[in-house]
Write a protein that binds this ligand. Sequence first.
Ligand code: NFE
Length: 598
Amino acid sequence: MAKTVSANGFDLDDSGQRVVVDPICRIEGHLRIEVNLDEANTIRNAVSTGNMWRGLEVILKGRDPRDAWAFTERICGVCTGVHALVSCRAVEDALGIPIPANANSIRNLMMLAQYTQDHLVHFYHLHALDWVDVTSALQANPRQTSALMQSISNWPKSSPGYFSDVQNKLKRFVESGQLGPFANAYWGSPAYKLPPEANLMAVAHYLEALDFQKEIVKIHTIFGGRNPHPNWLVGGMPCSINVNDTGAVGAVNMVWLNQVSDIINQAIAFVDQVYIPDLKAIAAIYKGWGYGAGLAGKNMLAYGEFPAYANDFSNDSLMLPGGAIINGDLSTVYDVDVRNPEEIQEFVTHSWYDYPGNSDGGLHPWDGVTEPRFELGPNAKGTRTNIEALDEGAKYSWLKAPRWRGNAMEVGPLSRFVIAYARGREDVKELVDSTLRDLDLPLTALFSTLGRTAARGLECTWSAHKMREVFDSMMANIKAGDTATANMEKWEPETWSVDTKGVGIGEAPRGALGHWIHIKDTKLENYQAIVPTTWNASPRDPAGNIGAYEAALLGTPLANAEQPLEILRTIHSFDPCLACASHVMSPDGQELAVVKLR
Ligand code: NFE
């Protein structure tokens, strides 16, 4: 192939050295990235491959639609609950079931808690080590780390003694030879730029965040009984509210509600006093590293989330609006109709699936087909069980290629914030503009790896504060005498249409999420989910558009081709979840690749 231009305008050149990173660690699921480097070690071609098969659609066929949430929720333990939520929405849409106001508030609270916890975990535990060299923290002066911390935040854990203790803990880790979560990274890469003191500060917060994140998800346990995988209900939420219950009934009472309120306060404090100051400190040092735009600022998609009013998914109701931006024109935000067969389609020309008649055409998810067919292309290198290089001219991923009106799209916190910004949402504009002002950066700086990372942090503080708003408004409703949490009017299948379709959409932490269902004779006839990582990690489509990961890697120079840290930075900025995007295993249970841990 050598030099070519993708249909969406990216220069590609596959003539140079091929570098394979497989598996990409510190993500959920299994992802392989292959790139070609030019002589200056700059990425000129990129190939994103989900190397597990997604079988869930097949498992759901013939089941009771009221149970679907419990199956789909188990797609993933990270974005736990989001698949259950959109599954309930899909069934409610198909059967015409409205939910009560309290159920809407509880769903919003659970999703906001999910965003807050997920973004926190992503920043500290999945992404920070792309910027923070843990080994350098051993050289830090704890006194100077303390001074640094106190200059950016009034978080109480900031004394020299505290940072000295953290450093000693880290030393013991290293001396024991059991680095645990800090094993297998590209330590010492010249791409790391933080001074040792900032590295020590970040390590301390890595450990604090590890401890704190479990508090946030107690909101799930209070309203949904457990985490991961809390309980949901078609028609509402499965918890009753009784502020006067002494515990005898097992309803959510004032004790539990007060605990939710306390957790919200703690989350706001941690995010605003630890996460955001860390994010800004790290961004200030790396802001010259402006790579990783890809589709950001060009083609971005969001369905929108957090209906302020129950059963109203219009942009007037959604706290984060939906829409699509095409070709970088931020002055026009298109409405997205997920029911229109011309808008959202999935293609499998470069995916390990077959469509009827080997068609290269796209299928709307209501008509979606999931027939696996694994084969390596003629230019692949290696064997089926030890793939050295894939052939991106042929089938090369277990992910289908979703497209909006034929366009590859980026989804996620950055897309949500850019669309909210372009739609003139003042709360989002204020957060974005003040952060860019603090960092002395233009709006276009958002369209980058660091912009993606920053947007996730800003959305985390937005979510923590939104929890307070939603909780207070729910309490006002309860105090006014409305305690309903479920609508069981259409629970019995005899009340359902014989043949009906529905769609549930929303925004998972990683981006736009949709479940499309077809119910026939009270059973699931077809079920298709298109998840955020399928959009972002998508392979090429028959028209030749490359996906968001592939586009974002192009043009990035590697400081050292043996330590491709920069690939991790950009891929991690999307917070990949291949468990959501594609799952189970090869259709015949065969090993698909021999992998090296990095
Ligand atoms: Ni498994 Fe998920 C989120 C969903 S990702 S993490 O967020 O849906 O593709």
